[in-house]
Design a protein around this ligand. Sequence first.
Ligand code: SF4
Length: 414
Amino acid sequence: MAVLTILQKLEILADAAKYDASCASSGTAKRNSLGGKGLGSTEGMGICHAYAPDGRCISLLKILLTNHCVFDCHYCINRKSSNVVRARFSPQEVVDLTLAFYRRNYIEGLFLSSGIVKSSNHTMEQLVEVTRILREEHDFRGYIHLKTIPEADAEIVHQAGLYADRVSINVELPTDSGLTRLAPDKDARQIEGAMGRVKSDISELKDAHKRFKHAPRFAPAGQSTQMIVGADAATDADIVGKASRLYDSFGLRRVYYSAFSPIPDASAVLPLKRPPLIREHRLYQSDWLMRFYGYKPTEVMQATEADGNLPLDIDPKLAWALKFREQFPVDVNRATREQLLRVPGLGVKAVGRILASRRHRSLRLDDVALLTQSVTKVRPFICTVDWRPVLLTDRADLRSLLAPKTEQLELFAA
Ligand code: SF4
């Protein structure tokens, strides 16, 4: 077998890592500058962006330690039976790359995941070794996000949390039956058991750190997970229910949703087409409704259509408001924060500004218009001193009036 250079390995293992959504930007048009045309690319992999615990957007070197894998998850391009070019870094090679990129100011941290070589324990030890060398031998203080392997021994996963800022364990699929069918080597109870232990380690060491200044920290940026959307029959209602249970049970910082993308030589049990990317976007919007807008999971599920999926043409907040029109209009000058947060078109910042401004004067429709991208979307759901929607809120065709217009393609556009 030909010996690969570091650059060749980097190309293979950065490309293989792009399927992980935990710090990805997706949903945009594909552009690149191949052949010397133009500048920049939206397809590039290798460096991704994530938000640090203090809210800063940071760039991370995003790679796999290896794309060899002894598991055979149907949806994964790196599965045992997949016919892809394989590569493997040694822990020291990952350390050297991270430090070299960091010193050149290309990155502020590392996102490291891996296929499973030899055994879960062996792979997890190698991942931990990368973080140990970085932290102990080089005093590396940059951000580290480490994917951990739920099948590995608890003690090794614990070590990972002592070095990494964030650890994540993928639940992979929204339902246990989907996991059994599409990832036969994985076990839902094992995955949730590992997440439970990470949760206890985080809270135990957080408490210890409050009492003893020198107590070690454990994953100070918390844990996250990822679910693949559209590879099995799970509906958005199933996915919202699962995400909410994961947030509650394991104190997750984030659940990431990754639209399944068909892979070369795909297994026959997978759908032929990827779900529309907008479905992933609607799930992120529903996630925000639960985390920042005070919606209960059951309320988000009420926004779904008869097939259990969120509508694609309108956002879930608007879908909910259209179903529960009796809750509107709300008086912008009197409503509570919770009521204002339910108004389609008003975000958390806009609501904060409304609450601050109305202390000094009564707000008019023009004042609200300054705080939103589309006053047309807001108008049917609010009253101000100079505006009442009268019959607008109850119009049968309100949905079609508010749904974003689908763009007409230009016949002769370049
Ligand atoms: S264990 Fe991970 S890398 Fe291996 S086949 Fe499954 S999803 Fe892919």
